[in-house]
Each structure stands twice: as C-alpha cells, then as structure tokens.
Write a protein that binds this ligand. Structure first.
Ligand code: 3HC
Length: 318
C-alpha cells in the first residue's frame, strides 16, 4: 500500500471510530478546504450577527435588558474569535479570511441581512435565530474535526442564555399591552421564514451535505435539523399566544412532526447572493470596523515586536 493510501486508510479509520481529527493529523485536502469554508463562514456569521443586535443596545427599554443584550453581543464576538482561530489550525490566515468576507468571496448566514426594526425583533432574534443556531451547533459538537467540536461545546453553553433571554422578551411583550403583542407578532411574521432558511437548502439541493455527512463534519442533514427546530418552536409560539405565519403548518399525527409550507428558496438565493435588505450595510460596517481597529492591531504588533527584540537581546547577552 502506498504511503498516501496508508494515510487515507488511517484517516477513514479515525472517522469510522469517532476519533477526532486534530490539526497535525493527515487529512484529505478536500476535508481541510470544506472545513475552512464552513468554519470561516460560521465565524463571519457570528461577527456580522452582532450588528442587528448592537443597533438596539442604546435603545434597550431597561438597564436589565441592556445588560443582557450587551453580554450577548460580546459573546458573539468571542464565538467569532474561537471560530477564526479554528480556521487558523487548518492553515487559513486570519487576514485572508476576513478579506474574503469584505470582498464578497465568503458567505455568512442569510438571517443577518434583515433589519432589526423594533425591540420585539431583538426578542425574536434571540428566540428563533439563536434557537436555530443551537439546533445546528449542538449537532456540531459531534463534528469530526477536534478544534471545531471543542469550540462548539463552549459556544453552546452561551447560546442557551441567548435563546432564553430572547424568548423572555417575546413572552413579556406577547403578554403585554395590545401594542406590544402586535409588535411581537409583526417580528415573528418577518423572522420566521428566514430563520427556517438558516439551516440551508433542502438536502437534495445541498452542494456539500453528502460529503460532509460522510466525513462526519455534519452529523444530521439540513432538513432534519430544520424539522426538529420547527417541532420545538411551534409549542413555544403557542404558549406565547403568537401565530406562526404559515397557513400550511399542521401536526402530522402519522409522522409525528409538523408539516409546513413551501420555503421561498428564490428569496434565500437572492439574499445569499448579496441582494438582501441589509447586505451592503453589513459589509460596510465590517469594513469600517477593520479600518477603525487598525491602530489597535498596529500597537499590539509594535508591542509584541519590541518584547521579542528585548528577549532576543537578553538571550544574546546571557
Ligand atoms: N446562509 C448563507 N449561506 C448558506 C446558508 C445560510 N443560512 N445555508 C447554506 N448556505 C450556503 C452554503 O455556504 C453553500 O455555499 P458555499 O459552497 O459557497 O459555502 C451553499 O449555500 C450550499 O449549502 P449547503 O447546505 O450545501 O452548505 P453546508 O453543507 O455548508 O450547510 C450550513 C450549510 C448548515 C449553514 C453549514 O454550513 C453549517 O452548519 N454551518 C455552521 C453553522 C453556521 O454557520 N450557522 C450560522 C449561524 S451562526 C449564528 O446564528 C450565530 C448565533 O450566535 C446568533
């Protein structure tokens, strides 16, 4: 058996036996590329995902809500950093990865291209968007790549707080004044379908699912995760006294799941191609953040270089 074949066999055995693939392990180039693609886009989603919520930190209706939202947005920044670090363990350069986002070469989750127009949106984002993210990320704690799996374990611990604080806002408004309930229903109407799209196209149309499932990067397909999310969320909407904007949504006793209406995949494709309501402003904000933060990076680099130089001088003097 050739050396390459032996490496391939060892890789397959590890996947088969649930042994995590670590950065220094041999891996197929396509495995590495697929991981850099998915993890970098996951990181971009976390960082861009800060924007719709940051918009409401100064407008939160109470100090308690402001503190919770501030903590959530800071968590998302940390999630982005964990995930950018995971891409670096695969040989990706942080600078290039961030440029891919800014130059439109990389995607981020469709969901962050919609505007957060009222405070109820902040509740529904936590409830649905973080709820969908949890559905996906709990599955990813079992992904075959070690650093990604471990990052997911840490991230999931914080996501549950994100979802709970969102659902608490929704319940407060849905059980509040008629105007508050109307705002909560309006937000649910606008965020429901884009949240279902977060799980990606149907498996039959998914470019990556088959290979990602074979390599145990994904442990469940897009449709299965979407269905689990719907089945979990319908009772929560009912408890809040809100109506899910899908006239075809109904319990299917035989299958034990909720049947639901057709997703508008043309909207999804349009948004991920860059034509959503907020795509341009999201990228503009990210580019501005990079420019405005340049002085911090330069100062940190100068400090690090000076420290290294001092250590070298000390070493040569010893
Ligand atoms: N938004 C944007 N693009 C999407 C998408 C979405 N919701 N779903 C799929 N796509 C893209 C894929 O990236 C792929 O395009 P590419 O080849 O250019 O990368 C194409 O559509 C085909 O989709 P596939 O289903 O074949 O792609 P994947 O196998 O990668 O599955 C995924 C898509 C399920 C999103 C998978 O990438 C994944 O699990 N990613 C990690 C989780 C993630 O990124 N979550 C985003 C939300 S993070 C978040 O919500 C933060 C929270 O704290 C609020």
């Amino acid at each position: 058996m050739s050396k390459e074949k032996a490496f391939e066999q060892e890789f397959e055995n590890k996947i088969e036996n649930e042994i995590k693939i670590e950065p220094r392990d041999w891996m197929p180039e396509k495995y590495r590329e697929n991981l850099i693609r998915q993890i970098s886009q996951h990181a971009h989603s976390e960082v861009v995902g800060m924007l719709p919520e940051a918009n409401w930190i100064t407008r939160a209706p109470s100090l308690r809500r402001k503190v919770a939202l501030l903590a959530k947005v800071q968590d998302e920044a940390g999630h982005g950093l964990y995930l950018y670090s995971a891409t670096e363990t695969l040989g990706a350069r942080r600078e290039d990865t961030v440029d891919d986002l800014h130059e439109g070469r990389a995607k981020y989750s469709n969901i962050f291209n919609y505007p957060s127009v009222t405070w109820a949106d902040i509740g529904v984002i936590g409830w649905l968007v973080d709820g969908a993210a949890i559905q996906n990320q709990v599955m990813l704690t079992r992904t075959s790549y070690g650093p990604y799996s471990r990052a997911m374990v840490r991230i999931c611990k914080e996501e549950s707080f994100h979802q709970r604080q969102g659902y608490e806002i929704v319940l407060h408004m849905a059980k509040g004044t008629p105007e508050q309930k109307e705002m909560a229903q309006d937000a649910l109407n606008r965020w429901w379908w884009p949240s279902l799209m977060m799980f990606g196209p149907s498996d039959k149309d998914s470019k990556h699912s088959q290979q990602s499932l074979a390599w145990k990067i994904k442990r469940q397909g897009n449709d299965e995760l979407r269905q689990e999310f719907i089945d979990k969320t319908v009772p929560q909407a009912k408890y809040a006294g809100l109506t899910i904007p899908d006239p075809d949504l109904k319990w299917n006793e035989e299958k034990g799941v909720h049947d639901f209406g057709e997703i508008d995949w043309s909207e999804f494709m349009n948004v991920i191609k860059g034509n959503g309501p907020m795509n341009r402003s999201r990228i503009k904000a990210r580019k501005a953040a990079k420019e405005n933060g340049a002085w911090v990076r330069e100062a940190a680099t100068a400090y690090h270089e000076k420290k290294m130089k001092r250590a070298q001088q000390k070493q040569s003097a010893a």
